[in-house]
Design a protein around this ligand. Structure first.
Ligand code: GLP
Length: 251
């Protein structure tokens, strides 16, 4: 695991975008896993800026998002499909058919989850998956208790995740947040050839400490990724504030 601690969220966004652009320059057909939430927004803005500047083309890049709310269609303002179209896809030259987000309104959500796994396999697997981390250590919508080998499936959201996502940044009231979601599993994520996790702000400090310094356990799903062969964490000083010396020196 490589851990890069930077001054602030702006530096994290720039470093993460450079990391992704570097991987695309080595492999223009990169299969890129993506995340939603506040944390990657700056990275996406930076990728759009770098694309406009001519530093990167996404013409042959294929993307897979981690998750989607069950019951929200792609044109719902709080759906993750809508978020991705607005924050990244509309600003770069990616082919819409190359962007994948689980379908929140699939008639058979379980079949959609299985099909999503198959789509990832058909694309050759994910080369690099960009990840955030929830305050309770969740990755995608893999809430505490998720098994290391879990695959794409329908899950119930925890009360703390519903609260975190209805603080006004996304939904304004907890009762508006869907109770269920389709999410790539911990095993789906761990299958990616490389992982890049971002964490910013003091609200993430405890989750990041457990993810990096804690004993791997489903109680903190992010900690299950510790043994991954190509795992980079880029975080700011606030998120890193509870890490021990070993993690600060690079593990
Ligand atoms: C959501 C998403 C996760 C994301 C997490 C943290 O629940 N499903 O993929 O990592 O929130 O989001 P934020 O970056 O807004 O703190």
């Amino acid at each position: 695991m490589r851990i890069q601690i930077l001054k602030n969220a702006g530096e994290v966004s720039r470093a993460a975008a450079c990391f992704i652009v570097n991987r695309i320059s080595k492999n223009p057909r990169l299969v890129l896993g993506l995340a939603t939430g506040s944390t990657p927004q700056g990275t996406y803005a930076e990728l759009v800026r770098m694309h406009r500047q001519g530093d990167v083309s996404f013409a042959d890049v294929v993307t897979f998002n981690l998750d989607e709310y069950l019951g929200l269609s792609g044109d719902h303002p709080q759906s993750y499909r809508h978020f991705m179209n607005g924050t990244l896809f509309s600003g770069i030259d990616i082919k819409p058919a190359n962007t994948h987000v689980p379908n929140g309104t699939a008639r058979d959500p379980n079949a959609e989850c299985e099909a999503y796994e198959q789509r990832i396999i058909a694309a050759g697997g994910v080369d690099l998956w960009l990840l955030g981390i929830g305050q309770n250590g969740h990755v995608a919508f893999n809430e505490p208790g998720s098994a290391a080998g879990s695959r794409t499936r329908v899950v119930d959201l925890s009360e703390s995740t519903i609260a975190a996502n209805s603080d006004g940044r996304f939904f304004s009231r907890p009762e508006d947040v869907p109770r269920r979601a389709l999410t790539a599993g911990m095993g789906t994520v761990a299958d990616a050839r490389a992982l890049l996790m971002l964490a910013t702000g003091e609200k993430k400090a405890e989750a990041l400490r457990r993810a990096i310094d804690g004993t791997p356990s489903p109680d903190c799903p992010a900690s299950l990724l510790q043994g991954h062969r190509d795992f980079t964490v880029i975080c700011d000083e606030l998120a890193a504030s509870l890490l021990g010396d070993a993690a600060r020196g690079g593990k």
